[in-house]
Design a protein around this ligand. Structure first.
Ligand code: C5P
Length: 220
């Protein structure tokens, strides 16, 4: 069998990461969390005092950090210049700034090249999750999935992950980030014309995983 490329896109809180990791693990594929890469470059910008309200400053620094993603779905890793940033990239500070950094074209060009080379090197294929994978990064993916869920379901899941976070505040922050990601000029969050949309609002994680595994198996 040849390497299978699976693109999984959608807004936050739809179960993209949990689904993508489990599907990759079950099928023996590599896994790439592209959101983690945008978070990592954002972390580096903040850490190095780059003014993230200044797109020109972000653009000028876009090539500086070395970002390395480990693609084992059972233990994905992310480093910046050799430092493990898996923890720091999940802080609210990074989460609130990542949309501004990821909207800068130079950042997207840089990270997109990285993503394409990682996907091309995956020996048995890869599950790549993000916002623009099916539309821009891997337009020739064998299978494209677009996960959706109601704002209520997404906020509830995210607050569950953030243990004890206020559901309303989480919902507002999440909708704001999705609006920014959907509204940007370069490679916005969007469903590719040939993507299969799966509404996860009333499905368990296990049901979503089974649904996607079945779709991948049909393509192999
Ligand atoms: O998936 P996650 O919530 O970790 O993504 C963080 C942010 O990274 C998104 O809100 C978006 O701004 C950016 N992103 C992107 N393109 C991708 C993946 C993530 O712009 N393919």
């Amino acid at each position: 069998a040849t390497a299978v490329i699976v693109a999984i896109d959608g807004p936050s809180g739809t179960g993209k990461s949990s689904t993508s990791k489990a599907v990759a693990a079950q099928l023996g594929l590599s896994y790439l969390d592209t959101g983690a890469q945008y978070r990592a470059i954002t972390w580096w910008m903040v850490h190095n005092g780059i003014d993230i309200t200044d797109p020109a400053a972000i653009a000028a620094a876009a090539d500086k950090p070395e970002i390395v993603s480990g693609t084992d779905p059972s233990a994905p890793t992310i480093t910046v210049d050799g430092t493990d940033v898996a923890g720091p990239i999940r802080t609210q500070d990074v989460t609130s700034k990542v949309s501004a950094v990821s909207a800068v074209p130079e950042v997207r060009t840089r990270i997109t090249e990285l993503q394409r080379s990682i996907a091309a090197a995956a020996p048995h294929g890869i599950v790549v999750e993000g916002r623009d994978i099916g539309t821009t990064v891997l337009p020739h993916a064998d299978l494209k999935i677009f996960l959706t869920a109601s704002p209520e379901a997404r906020a509830a899941r995210r607050s569950g992950e953030l243990k004890g976070a206020d559901v309303n505040a989480t919902r507002e922050a999440l909708l704001k980030r999705d609006a920014a990601d959907s509204g940007r000029k370069v490679a916005p969050l969007a469903k590719a014309d040939d993507a299969i949309e799966v509404d996860t609002s009333d499905l368990t994680l296990q049901q979503v995983i089974e649904c996607v595994v079945t779709l991948v198996e049909e393509k192999r």
